[in-house]
Design a protein around this ligand. Structure first.
Ligand code: APR
Ligand code: PHB
Length: 384
């Protein structure tokens, strides 16, 4: 078997890449270890930056997002018992759309399948060989070992995938002394926008998915087992920490998300490229993960088109450096939001006072609020 681009992983990065390549007349095969159902149900963050929204519309994926997504013109930071709204529309003239990552994934799978795209779910034992000269993906499907020869392989297999070790990049890594316990509840959101709440002994986040579903997060210790948190305990803590009215409802989902900053450099070795979580992770404060994955594959799809159709290697040679500029901007923003809003278990009085001062400055200075807004709604692609 042969294809132009062999893609490992059917998350937002792998699926969108295959969609963009198909639009450019380039064939690809996507290999995914999980089932279609699993991939479509996996609950992740749900904030689309403005450049992500524009790109999805531009490439024919905006239909359901525009009907069902929730456009937001701002977020609130809550601390010392008060809400402070950051008005994106006023500060930067753009906003975000709240639309779950799994909805984007469903739309992408539907679009690829309608187009005759080659998506192979439930494959196992994926291997990558010959990345310097003759790239080959190996995998097992329905009990049979197969080989797929490719011009180029792209690792879109997330943080725990098998492609990053093949690139053997340098890594920058930071872990945080807390995690998020996230729930999805069948309860009508009472607030129209997200609330990032810095309570004196912990952080909580109020978000939503639809007029019927609320998404909520609590800062918890990093080794937390979600099973130790009963529904009643979760609601009690949310009421206490958010300090604001919330509707309760049956939980649809409950899980713990680790907090990590991680960047692999370079994002390429030979004919193997990395994109999305396979190459970098941000802590979820600011919801940059999927947006970064999408920005990577936009750059890569254009570069691969120039290379595979015209033999022009400039784009693929610049790919890693181009993406890493945006990646590091998002790393800084996510680290900064995380540091400003969470309660660090070992913080002393000095650090706590600095943190409060930073929060006050961010909501009271138009310059500081504009910087938050500009990063949150997403810097234009190609601008950093
Ligand atoms: N073989 C085949 N598929 C694999 C393998 C493997 N060895 N290892 C992992 N995968 C699949 C996973 O099952 C998953 O479906 O690769 C996919 C990676 O998808 P994501 O983790 O969603 O990563 P990405 O597409 O880069 O999207 C980034 O995901 O983690 C979130 O917050 C992050 O929103 C961000 C987004
Ligand atoms: C979410 O709605 O899941 C969400 C929103 C904002 C974040 C992270 C997650 O910063």
């Amino acid at each position: 078997m042969r294809t132009q681009v062999g893609i490992v992983g059917a998350g937002p990065a792998g699926l969108l890449l295959s969609h963009l390549l198909a639009r450019a007349g380039i064939e690809s095969v996507v290999l995914e270890s999980r089932s279609r159902d699993h991939v479509e149900r996996r609950v992740r963050a749900g904030v689309l930056e403005h450049p992500t929204v524009e790109l999805l519309r531009e490439v024919g994926l905006g239909g359901r997002m525009d009907r069902e997504g929730l456009p937001h013109d701002g977020v609130s930071l809550r601390f010392a018992g008060e809400d402070h709204r950051i008005d994106f529309a006023d500060l930067v003239g753009r906003g975000i759309v709240v639309y779950g990552q799994q909805e984007v994934v469903k739309d992408l799978i539907a679009a690829r399948l309608a187009d005759g795209g080659d998506l192979r779910f439930e494959v196992s034992d994926v291997t990558v060989d010959g990345v310097e000269a003759d790239p080959v993906l190996g995998f097992v499907r329905d009990g049979r070992r197969e080989e797929l020869h490719c011009d180029v392989i792209v690792g879109c297999d997330g943080f725990h995938g098998i492609t990053r070790p093949v690139v053997a990049p340098e890594v920058a890594d930071r872990q945080y002394p807390f995690a998020w316990l996230g729930i999805l509840a069948k309860a009508a959101p009472l607030h129209h926008e997200l609330v990032y709440a810095h309570h004196e002994d912990v952080f909580a986040l109020y978000s939503m998915r639809s007029p019927e579903v609320t998404r909520l997060y609590l800062q918890v210790p990093p080794d937390t087992d979600a099973a130790d948190w009963s529904d009643a305990r979760i609601w009690d803590e949310l009421h206490r920490r958010l300090g604001t009215e919330i509707n309760e409802g049956p939980l649809i989902e409950k899980g713990v998300t680790g907090m990590r900053s991680f960047v692999a450099e370079p994002m390429r070795r030979g004919w193997l490229f990395l994109a999305g979580d396979a190459a970098h992770i941000v802590p979820p404060t600011g919801a940059k993960g999927m947006n970064l994955a999408i920005a990577d594959v936009r750059v890569l799809a254009e570069a691969l088109e120039s290379f595979l159709r015209r033999g022009d290697e400039r784009g693929i040679d610049a790919y890693s450096d181009t993406c890493l500029r945006r990646v590091w901007r998002a790393e800084h923003f996510s680290w900064w939001m995380t540091s400003m809003l969470h309660v660090f278990p070992d913080a002393d009085a000095f650090q706590n006072r600095l943190q409060l001062s930073q929060l006050r400055y961010t909501v009271s200075s138009r310059a500081a609020a504009t910087s938050l807004a500009e990063n949150y709604v997403g810097l234009p692609h190609g601008s950093v």
